[in-house]
Design a protein around this ligand. Structure first.
Ligand SMILES: Cc1cc2nc3c(=O)[nH]c(=O)nc-3n(C[C@H](O)[C@H](O)[C@H](O)COP(=O)(O)OP(=O)(O)OC[C@H]3O[C@@H](n4cnc5c(N)ncnc54)[C@H](O)[C@@H]3O)c2cc1C
Length: 490
C-alpha cells in the first residue's frame, strides 16, 4: 500500500501498517520527512547557528507516540524521550501582570490567587470539570472513526452525547470561561487561548474545547529530548526498521482509479499499482489535485478553515532569564484580535505573541549567550491578502509588544531571521490556505463535519492527518493514523 506524505500522521500510519505486516511505500513531495514538523538551521552574519523546529512546539499526550513503538514490540524510550514541563507557560498580560502556569493544578491555582487575586478554587474547580468532561467524551469523539455506524450505536457514544449538557458543555467556549472566571478578564483570556490549539475562535467555538486545558494541567505538557523533530525522527526510524520504503522528492500527481476503486498512483517517475492508498496530504488538495475526475464531498471541503500563523524565527544575541520554553504576551483586546482573524481575515494592530525558545531545554540549539526565538502570531489562512504588508506591520507590532514587556529594545538583538507566512506554509506542505489545523472547530458540529478517515465513494482510499477526523495537532494526527490502521485491518 502507499502513503502520500510523510507528515507526523503519515509516518505513524506507515509505521503502524508496516508493523501489521503490510508492505508500505511513502511518497513525499519534500526532500525529507516531517511536513509541518520540520526542523532547520539558521545562520547569522557572524556565523552563529541556531536550530529551529519549524512548526509545532507544544507536545501533549506523548503516550500516543509511545503506543506506536509499543505496538511494534519496541521500548519507546529507544525512539523518543521526553520530560514533563513545569512550569508549562509564562504569561505576560497587557496590564503588566506576569503569571507562571505550573503543571500541578493546585500549584497553578495558588499562583493565580497570589498574582491575579482570583480565588484558587475557581481554577481547581474548572480544571477538575474539564478533566471529567475529557474522560467522558475523548474515547468517543477522538479515538474512533465518527463515521462508522458502529460508533454511533455504541453504549459509550450514547453516554458521551447524553453527558454533554450536564458537563456544562453547551454554548461557546468564551461564555463558559466568562461564567467560570467572569470577575477576572485575564483568566478568561488565558483559558480562551486554548481555542488557538486547534486554530479556532473562542467566541464561536463550542464549550467542548474548554476541556483542552486538562491536557496540560491534568495529563501534562512535554518536551521531547532534542526538540519536537525528535518525534518525526523516532517514527521514521521505526517505519524504516519495519521495511517502509520512502520515496522523497516524489510528489504524487494523481490517484489512479478504475471500476470505482483505487488502483494506484502516478508521479513524475511513472505509475504504480496499489490497492490501498492513505493520503496524509490535506484533504482539499487531495480531491482537487489528485482526484480531478472524482466527485468531491463539497460540503465537507467547504468547512471554514482554521487559522494560520506568521512565524518569525530569530537568533537572539542575549539570554532572558524571565523567559522559559513557552511564553505568551497577550494583547489588550482579545475579541478584536479574533474578529480581525475570523471576521475581517486580517491581522489586528495589537496582537498576542507566542515565543517558544527551545534552547532553554536544548542549549545546543543556540550559541552560548544566545537564544533561538520562534515568535508566532495567529493570523487568518491565506485568501490572497497582502502578506508582504501584513508581515511588516505585524513584525513592528511584535517588536513593540516584546520590547515593552521585556523593558528593552529587542530588534538590535536579532542576528538571524527567517519568516514563514500562510502562503509559505501552503506552498511547503500543501495545506489548503496554509491553515495549521485543517477545518476550524468554530461550530458545535465541526467534529462531525470533518472529513472521515476513508473516502466513502472510493474504496481503497483512506485519509490521515490534521485536515481529517479527529483534527489537527500532533496528538490528533497520531490518533488519525491509529484509526486508519484499524479501519484497514478491521
Ligand atoms: C507554525 C505551526 C505551529 C504549530 N503548533 C503546534 C503545536 O504547538 N502543537 C501541536 O500539536 N500542533 C501544532 N501545529 C499543528 C501540527 O504541526 C500539525 O497538525 C501536524 O504536524 C500536521 O501533520 P500531518 O500529518 O497532517 O501532515 P503535514 O505536516 O501537513 O504534512 C503533510 C506532508 O505531505 C506532503 N505532501 C503533500 N502533498 C503531497 C503530494 N502530492 N505527494 C507527496 N507528498 C505530499 C507534504 O510535503 C508534507 O510533508 C502547528 C503547526 C504549525 C505550522
Amino acid at each position: 500500500m502507499a502513503v502520500i506524505g510523510a507528515g507526523v500522521a503519515g509516518l505513524a500510519a506507515a509505521a503502524r501498517l508496516a508493523v501489521a505486516g503490510h508492505p508500505v511505500t511513502v511518497f513525499e513531495a519534500s526532500a525529507s520527512f516531517g511536513g509541518k514538523m520540520q526542523q532547520f538551521d539558521l545562520t547569522g552574519e557572524a556565523g552563529d547557528t541556531y536550530r529551529f523546529d519549524a512548526g509545532p512546539s507544544l507536545f501533549t499526550l506523548p503516550q500516543l507516540a509511545d503506543d506506536v513503538f509499543r505496538l511494534a514490540g519496541r521500548d519507546p524510550q529507544h525512539y523518543l524521550r521526553y520530560e514533563r514541563l513545569d512550569p508549562i507557560t509564562n504569561y505576560f498580560f497587557a496590564d503588566g501582570t506576569r503569571l507562571s502556569a505550573w503543571a500541578d493544578a493546585d500549584h497553578f491555582a495558588r499562583e493565580v490567587e497570589a498574582r491575579l487575586g482570583a480565588p484558587a478554587a475557581d481554577v481547581t474547580g474548572f480544571l477538575a470539570r474539564s478533566g471529567r468532561a475529557y474522560e467522558a467524551t475523548a474515547g468517543t469523539f477522538l479515538h474512533k472513526s465518527l463515521h462508522r455506524a458502529g460508533t454511533y450505536f455504541s453504549a459509550d457514544t450514547l453516554r458521551a452525547v447524553a453527558a454533554l449538557p450536564s458537563l456544562g458543555l453547551t454554548g461557546t467556549m468564551h461564555a463558559r470561561h466568562e461564567k467560570a472566571f467572569g470577575q477576572d478578564p485575564r483568566l478568561v483570556q488565558l483559558f480562551d487561548r486554548y481555542a488557538t490549539y486547534n486554530g479556532s475562535d473562542p467566541y464561536q467555538a463550542p464549550a467542548t474545547l474548554s476541556l483542552i486545558p486538562h491536557l496540560e494541567h491534568g495529563l501534562g505538557a512535554y518536551y521531547p529530548e532534542g526538540g519536537i523533530y525528535a518525534i518525526a525522527q523516532g517514527l521514521h526510524r521505526l517505519a524504516e526498521e519495519f521495511g517502509v520504503q520512502f520515496r522523497f522528492d516524489e510528489p504524487v500527481e494523481e490517484i489512479l482509479t478504475a471500476g470505482g476503486r483505487v488502483t494506484g498512483l502516478r508521479t513524475a517517475h511513472g505509475s504504480y499499482a496499489f490497492d490501498l492508498v492513505v493520503s496524509n496530504m490535506d484533504v482539499v488538495p487531495t480531491y482537487r489535485r489528485l482526484l480531478p475526475h472524482q466527485k468531491a464531498p463539497e460540503r465537507t471541503l467547504a468547512q471554514p478553515r482554521s487559522s494560520s500563523a506568521l512565524i518569525f524565527y530569530w537568533g537572539v544575541a542575549q539570554e532572558f532569564p524571565e523567559l522559559d520554553l513557552h511564553n505568551i504576551f497577550f494583547s489588550a483586546d482579545y475579541k478584536a484580535e479574533f474578529d480581525a482573524i475570523f471576521q475581517q481575515q486580517t491581522v489586528a494592530d495589537d496582537v498576542t505573541v507566542y515565543v517558544n525558545i527551545s534552547s532553554k531545554k536544548t542549549p545546543t540549539d543556540a550559541p552560548s549567550g544566545h537564544e533561538n526565538w520562534f515568535v508566532m502570531v495567529n493570523v487568518p489562512h491565506d485568501q490572497g491578502q497582502d502578506w508582504a504588508d501584513l508581515t511588516q506591520k505585524t513584525r513592528r507590532a511584535v517588536l513593540r509588544r516584546l520590547s515593552q514587556a521585556l523593558g528593552q529594545d529587542v530588534e538590535p538583538l536579532i542576528k538571524a531571521e527567517r519568516v514563514w507566512t500562510p502562503p509559505g506554509i501552503a506552498h511547503d506542505t500543501s495545506s489548503f490556505g496554509g491553515a495549521l489545523y485543517g477545518a476550524s472547530s468554530n461550530n458545535a458540529l465541526a467534529a462531525f463535519l470533518r472529513h472521515p478517515n476513508f473516502a466513502g465513494r472510493l474504496p481503497g482510499l483512506y485519509f490521515c492527518g490534521g485536515s481529517v477526523h479527529p483534527g489537527g495537532g500532533i496528538p490528533l494526527c497520531l490518533l488519525s493514523a491509529k484509526i486508519v490502521a484499524e479501519l484497514i485491518d478491521s
